[in-house]
Design a protein around this ligand. Structure first.
Ligand code: URP
Ligand code: ZN
Ligand code: ZN
Length: 498
């Protein structure tokens, strides 16, 4: 075996989802070649001294909205394009993102994918893949187009139970699940009860209760837990795995936990904002609360955040994603829509027309590291599992992505050691996204990535806060099927899919 290496990282503590070990990492042609103590120095080989810091796999953020029109159909515009979103990812230690190619109703999945390649391929700076958002699961789309896209490495789809332009009824969801099982596609579900939201919204509007925090009033936890329960019932009926996205309500966590205890292949995702922010954000002065309008909403009871941390630590949650869905605050096609489309002229705006979503692709990993590992809420191994490994497994990228082992892509984060760690204050001006705010302005973290490495190259230098990768250097990932547990061949009746 040749000792020809391009890069050696010394003096680090390598962390995977199961272990941590002090060793050097030898990298060749973008791949990890050796993990060993005392690798010899080689002529022409670059070296990095990790100075005793932890080294974790590059982050895999499996839920990022990039250059996608917002769900409310009001012509809201995404703050980021593919270059700014992926630069932001790298600066926060994320080396792979999965973003959404949206099928418009009555249009084809294949067109959505072609369009999305046009937006991304020459512009991305981190590695990336696409999920499909399915809005029209007819026979042709599900059984002619979908299998072709699976061959092209698009092996996951998101469906919605709410939003007028996106929602599917239960029969349509079964169409999707039937195809998902057949073609081994991971299904992600946005669980909120659309009819309840519509009814509550109308009622609140009629009473003039339109301030940003009434976004939360219109969607109490039961809206999420009822839909979660229904989605899981449909998954059980079809005997197919399912990931519930952006879970926020403890009631929904309980339902998911129960299903997992019954060994159903049910997976769950949450986001840093549900672990760290609460509904008080939407009650800030003036129209400021609009910055934190997202769906499901931030929950009112501050104690709910501890339930999220509990679910992260006890493996109810499979992954933590950013759900990066940025619209600018000072943009007439961003959050300001809530003041513009505001029939009652409420000076605090109208929640109904505020585009949903928060930015977070850059802050996700440092928040989980600092608030999770360095504050003792989760172990470094659990961090790796939630931040990288499980997403790579669930979405068919493992072990190319999501771990540190010979043969894997050399996607790494080098953190600072106990001795050299210094506080990092989050300020929007330091972030690399194109959004004009962060919900974490002023939050002080205990650390921030010192280096991000993608396929063996330093792509973010935290000493100077610079992203070094040029547009187009990110690679599209042709993914396989999930390697987490799948169908069990256990049925609720005599019905079978074949
Ligand atoms: O509020 C959110 N999460 N907006 C993004 C769209 C979605 O449903 O994930
Ligand atoms: Zn969603
Ligand atoms: Zn989302």
């Amino acid at each position: 075996m040749s000792f020809d290496l391009d890069l050696i990282i010394r003096n680090g503590i390598v962390v995977t989802a199961s272990d941590q070990v002090a060793c050097d990492i030898g990298i060749k042609d973008g791949k990890i070649r050796f993990l060993a103590a005392g690798l010899p120095s080689l002529d022409g080989c670059q070296e990095i001294d990790a100075e005793g810091g932890f080294i974790t796999p590059g982050g895999v953020d499996s839920h990022v909205h990039v250059a996608q029109s917002a769900a409310k159909g009001l012509g809201a515009r995404s703050a980021d394009d593919w270059t700014s979103a992926t630069r932001s990812a790298l600066a926060g230690g994320t080396t792979t993102i999965l973003a959404f190619a949206v099928q418009g109703r009555g249009t084809s999945l294949a067109n959505a994918v072609t369009d999305y390649h046009t937006k991304s391929d020459d512009f991305a700076v981190c590695d990336y893949g696409f999920h499909l958002i399915v809005t029209d699961p007819n026979e042709h789309q599900m059984h002619t187009e979908l299998p072709k896209l699976v061959e092209e490495g698009i092996t996951s789809m998101k469906i919605y139970m709410t939003y007028a332009d996106l929602k599917l009824n239960d029969g349509e969801i079964l169409n999707v699940l039937f195809a998902a099982r057949k073609y081994k596609v991971t299904t992600m579900v946005h669980c909120e009860n659309a009819d309840v939201i519509d009814w509550m919204t109308k009622s609140l509007q009629a009473r003039g209760m339109t301030e940003p925090w009434h976004h939360g009033t219109s969607r109490p936890p039961i809206v999420e837990s009822e839909a979660t329960n229904r989605a899981l019932a449909l998954a059980e009926l079809m005997d197919t795995p399912m990931l519930i996205v952006h879970v926020s309500a403890p009631e929904a966590i309980n339902i998911i936990r129960k299903a997992q205890t019954r060994l159903l292949p049910i997976y769950a995702e949450t986001c840093p904002h549900y672990a760290l922010l609460d509904g008080s954000q939407m009650r800030k002065d003036g129209f400021e609360g609009a910055k934190c309008v997202c769906s499901p909403p931030l929950r009112d009871d501050p104690k709910d955040k501890e339930r999220i941390w509990e679910g992260l630590a006890n493996s109810t949650f499979t992954v933590i994603s950013s759900d990066h869905a940025p619209t600018c605050y000072n943009d007439e096609r961003g959050k300001q829509l809530g003041l513009i489309e505001n029939p009652t002229n409420n000076p605090r705006g109208n929640f109904k027309t505020i585009p949903n979503g928060l930015p977070g692709v850059e802050t996700r990993t440092p928040l989980l590291w600092s608030e999770g590992v360095l504050k003792g809420r989760i172990t470094p191994q659990k961090f790796v599992e939630l931040n990288s490994t499980n997403a790579a497994k669930l979405y068919g990228m493992y072990p190319q992505k999501g771990t540190i082992q010979p043969g894997s892509d050399a996607d790494l984060i080098i953190w600072r050691s106990d001795k050299s760690r210094k506080p990092y204050k989050i300020e929007n001006s330091k972030l690399h996204h194109a959004c004009d705010y962060t919900p974490y302005e002023g939050v002080v973290l205990e650390d921030w990535p010192r280096y991000t490495i993608l396929r063996g190259k330093i792509v973010y230098d935290g000493e100077i806060n610079e992203v070094l990768a040029p547009p187009g250097s990110g690679k599209f990932l042709q993914r396989g099927s999930s390697t987490l547990p799948g169908p069990r061949n256990q049925w609720l009746s005599e019905w079978r899919p074949e």
